[in-house]
Design a protein around this ligand. Sequence first.
Ligand SMILES: [Zn+2]
Length: 160
Amino acid sequence: MPVPRELFDEIYARHGHRCPMSTLGGRIGYAAAAQVAAAERLAVYYANTCALDGIRVTTGIGNPRVIEQGRHTLVLVDRADGRGVQVSLRPAALDIAWEYRWVSEALDRDRAELDAAGLTARQAELGQVLDGVLQRLWTIPDEELLEIVPVTLDLEGNAQ
Ligand SMILES: [Zn+2]
């Protein structure tokens, strides 16, 4: 289901910048929150990235537990019975995020050799790439971006 645009504005305000991963965190959190009752949620995210701010805003959980395994996966369960969903990014989502990161990293590499006009042009190009990437990450259907499966979390925080 589409995420309201105001939620992304809220994510960027909290996060301090617009970026693909905070946007994807919003997509992950919004999809998971739709499946688990609001009152008693427990969240575990398996990577320490910008996605956490998107997850905070869309799940209402200020301090999701972070277990660094380099996996773009959120487990959101009902605290009472441990039942909920596991939401992971599909490779297609990361491919889109990388389109921005390539251009951003290339600019970082080249920055010292650019004159003022060149730098301005490259920054404008980067901004356009970001706009295009975010537009797609706001609107591409859940099925293309996310894998959503039912899950039960045990007391140690291991998903089963
Ligand atoms: Zn970020």
